[in-house]
Write a protein that binds this ligand. Structure first.
Ligand code: XMP
Length: 325
């Protein structure tokens, strides 16, 4: 039996009971695989790695070492939440790496989106490998691979970073307890593991993070403006019911004229975007009520230094992609 093929007999996990049965099964399997050895896990705070972390903590406790790399491109409050939930509440063995200066230094002056993506991806592996080399007795690498990652890699749709081998220099055996699960099942399992709703039902967030929403060459001041404006926008859109599939702010590298305290005020435009989709291949812009739009506009302009306009990107995909870069 191919371990990367979901058996036809496997029941879809839709209830807390089925989730619990899956968790119990995986705890036993992980304990058997790992024995008394150590497992290393890159914990981004995304749904998949968070569920794997919570599951492995239950299975092997202190034998799991989590590494959270803050590359400076995370959303407001994310590193703090990872530390609070995993270190303080779940008692994880968590190494927090502040790599903000390192990433932003490498990205300084780089305007091309794909080059930015490559730098972020490579730097991430380098930082992670450096942390791994400082530790002793690590035999395994935990990964939040899920079933669509395997299917998409197989079909040649995308070379998923979780599938197809480890980066050179990381010579570990893989522990992938959720690799046969679909995303909806991962969420049910995460809920059963006691993770907070805002982690379990988190909207998709790209690996390069705010880096692809601070278009062109990233500067610290514009990156901070994206982070703050995005937090305000999410706070207001979270009041909608249901919330859209994905919603965020991007700030293009353009300034326009404004006026503040009777003086010329050159500022950026915060672009707000909310979309609905099934699979991110096509997407429809979501209608936002006028009163909500006005609150968002007023708050962003009043609370975020450097912004003098708010624009609503209500383009569908295609032709516009979901992200700006
Ligand atoms: P686009 O912009 O291509 O995005 O319409 C489709 C979905 O993929 C996410 N996205 C990424 N995710 N690394 C990721 O992990 C990336 O480089 C990346 N680029 C886009 C995007 O947020 C959307 O959900």
């Amino acid at each position: 039996m191919d371990p990367n093929v979901r058996p036809e007999t496997m029941e879809r996990i839709t209830s807390p009971e089925l989730a619990q049965a899956f968790i119990d099964e995986q705890i036993a399997a992980v304990r058997k695989q790992v024995g008394d050895k150590k497992v290393l896990l890159a914990l981004s705070g995304g749904v998949d790695s968070s569920v794997v972390a919570a599951l492995l903590i239950k299975a092997i406790g202190d034998q799991l070492v989590c590494v959270h790399v803050n590359h400076g491109l995370l959303r407001k409050g994310e590193p703090e939440q990872v530390i609070r939930v995993f270190k303080e509440e779940l008692g994880a063995n968590l190494i927090y790496v502040d790599a903000v200066d390192r990433f932003l230094g490498k990205l300084a002056g780089v305007a091309d989106p794909e080059t930015k993506r490559k730098i972020i991806g490579k730097e991430f592996i380098d930082v992670f490998a450096e942390e791994a080399s400082k530790l002793e007795g690590i035999k395994f690498l935990g990964q939040g691979t899920i079933y669509p990652d395997i299917l998409e890699s197989k079909d040649g749709i995308k070379a998923h970073h979780n599938v197809g081998g480890l980066p050179e220099g990381l010579d570990f055996e893989l522990v992938e307890p959720i690799k046969l699960l679909y995303k909806d099942e991962v969420r049910v399992v995460g809920k059963a593991l006691g993770l907070p709703d805002n982690m379990v039902y988190r909207q998709p967030f790209p690996g390069p993070g705010l880096g692809v929403r601070c278009t062109g060459a990233i500067t610290r001041d514009r990156l901070e403006a994206v982070r703050e404006a995005d937090a305000i926008f999410r706070e207001e859109i979270d009041k909608m019911d249901p919330t859209p599939w994905q919603y965020f702010v991007a700030i293009p590298d353009v300034k326009s004229t404004g006026i503040k305290d009777g003086k010329r005020y050159m500022g950026w435009a915060a672009v707000i975007r909310a979309v609905q989709t099934k699979d991110a291949v096509t997407a429809k812009s979501v209608e936002i009520p006028w009163t909500t739009l006005c609150t968002i506009r007023d708050r962003i302009i009043a609370e975020v230094p450097g912004i003098n306009r708010v624009l609503w990107d209500f383009s569908d995909k295609p032709v516009a992609t979901i992200e700006w870069e």
